[in-house]
Design a protein around this ligand. Structure first.
Ligand SMILES: *[C@@H]1O[C@H](CO)[C@@H](O)[C@H](O)[C@H]1NC(C)=O
Ligand SMILES: *[C@@H]1O[C@H](CO)[C@@H](O)[C@H](O)[C@H]1NC(C)=O
Ligand SMILES: *[C@@H]1O[C@H](CO)[C@@H](O)[C@H](O)[C@H]1NC(C)=O
Length: 402
């Protein structure tokens, strides 16, 4: 009972230098990290082993996050922690724009003559400054099917953050794992460390009881036994938003998030009339469509929300589906009594995000559009993003999961 939406993100960075070359002679082709959906926050979390001695570090996965950041203020103990010295290669790789001192006792996150970046809690949209640092991380290699041996990256770059930045993250999380399109985002840094292609694949689980994964490197990507997702992918170009969408960033920095080119939307295969201007990214970085793992549900700009939900309600009525009152945060809900259940989830009108041409579309079936708020009520899991949001369409975790 699962819709399979596999999206492959191929980083379009033009070059990448090697921040850290692995010492081992064994060179993995790909790495894999587990991703679990947190039941109370609906955030996606992973665990990476870091430091010396190695400890498991719980992180919230941020697809568009610029780098990994962790709380260094509390319980950071490691003999291999190294702050990035001012004007070092690490600072420039991290895009750090300042050097500073720390007027307190030296500790991880507080050293003199180091450079800083702005770790961003993209759930609460809070950013602060933090020391750039490197330490050992240890990850599971894979051949795409089975787990292989554990490998380590001796000097993995990340940012330190104060403990308060964790507010709003899933319980136990001590930072965020940014998979964004920067030179120190996990995909680029791991690809550079092991000289594999800057490619990664994400499989999110819709359930809080089954794990998903992120693969770094080349496929196969066997998410379910016997099914290599790299054989059945839909490809679409990624777009660069020229203006950063982070909470705080250096002037002129493009967004590290992954934007796709939605050209139109269809409900039950019928085009819905939308203001097309909103679908493209303007020179202020406003508009367009991005994919997010920190937004649990898809968020639509107000006029798009209105047009899509009206079309959906009409199509549902034609299928004899009875509308009931909204259940926040959802405005459009239905009685589940005459909604059939299928392999692709509840039988409701389909929603197609039409991409580069009419033949390439991302079909959102019931499993990825509907949320069961109770045994009797199913809601369309899209929320109204109001007028003038920064990004017109934010495709959230529920629409991307299997
Ligand atoms: C940084 O240097 C200043 C001035 O020399 C000193 O007061 C402070 O304790 C130092 N901080 C650290 C973290 O070493
Ligand atoms: C379409 O959206 C753009 C950008 O928000 C806005 O300037 C324009 O007035 C809108 N057009 C219509 C017909 O609503
Ligand atoms: C909807 O219900 C009406 C009246 O009960 C019936 O005539 C019609 O065939 C039904 N349509 C569908 C699509 O089930």
């Amino acid at each position: 009972m699962a819709t399979l939406h596999y999206f492959l993100f191929t980083s379009l960075l033009l070059y990448v230098s090697s921040p850290s070359l692995a010492q081992q002679s064994f060179r993995p082709k790909a790495l894999v990290i587990p991703v679990a959906k947190d039941a109370s926050t609906l955030q996606y979390r992973t665990t990476i082993r870091q430091r010396t001695p190695l400890v498991p570090v719980d992180l919230v996965v941020d697809l568009g996050g610029r780098f990994m950041w962790v709380d260094c203020q509390r319980d950071y103990v490691s003999s291999t922690y190294r702050p990035a010295r001012c004007r070092s290669a690490q600072c420039s790789l991290a895009g750090a724009d300042g050097c500073g001192d720390c007027f307190s006792t030296p500790r991880p996150g507080c050293n003199n003559n180091t450079c800083g970046v702005t770790p961003d809690n993209s759930v609460t949209h809070t950013a602060t400054s933090g020391e750039v640092a490197q330490d050992v991380v240890s990850l599971q290699s894979t051949d795409g099917r089975n787990p292989g041996r554990v490998v380590s990256v001796p000097s993995f770059l990340f940012a330190c953050a104060p403990t308060f930045l964790l507010q709003g993250l899933a319980g136990g999380a001590v930072g965020m794992a940014g998979l964004g399109r920067t030179r120190i985002g996990l995909p680029s840094q791991l690809a550079a460390a092991f000289s594999f292609r800057r490619k990664f694949a994400v499989c999110l689980s819709s359930s809080t009881s089954a794990n998903g994964v992120v693969f770094f490197g080349d496929g196969p990507y066997v998410f379910l036994p016997g099914i290599d997702a790299s054989q059945s992918l839909t490809f679409t170009p990624l777009f660069i938003n020229p203006v950063s969408t982070a909470s705080a960033f250096p002037m002129g920095e493009p967004s590290a998030e992954y934007f796709i080119g939605v050209k139109s939307i269809k409900v039950n295969e019928k085009p819905v009339s939308l203001n097309a201007t909103l679908l493209s990214i303007d020179n202020q970085g406003v508009g367009g469509t991005k994919i997010s793992t920190v937004d649990p549900y898809t968020v639509l700009e107000a006029s798009i929300f209105k047009a899509i939900t009206e079309a959906f309600i009409n199509e549902a009525a034609a299928m004899n589906i009875t509308r009931v009152g909204g259940v926040p945060p959802f405005e459009v809900c239905f009685s589940s009594s005459n909604i059939l259940s299928t392999r692709l989830g509840p039988a409701v009108p389909s929603i197609d995000l039409v991409l580069q041409n009419e033949n390439v579309f991302w079909r959102v079936f019931g499993a990825n559009s509907m949320v069961e708020v109770s045994r009797e009520v199913l809601c369309l899991g899209f929320v109204n993003g109001g007028s003038n949001p920064r990004t017109a369409i934010v495709v959230g975790g529920h629409s991307c999961s299997v």
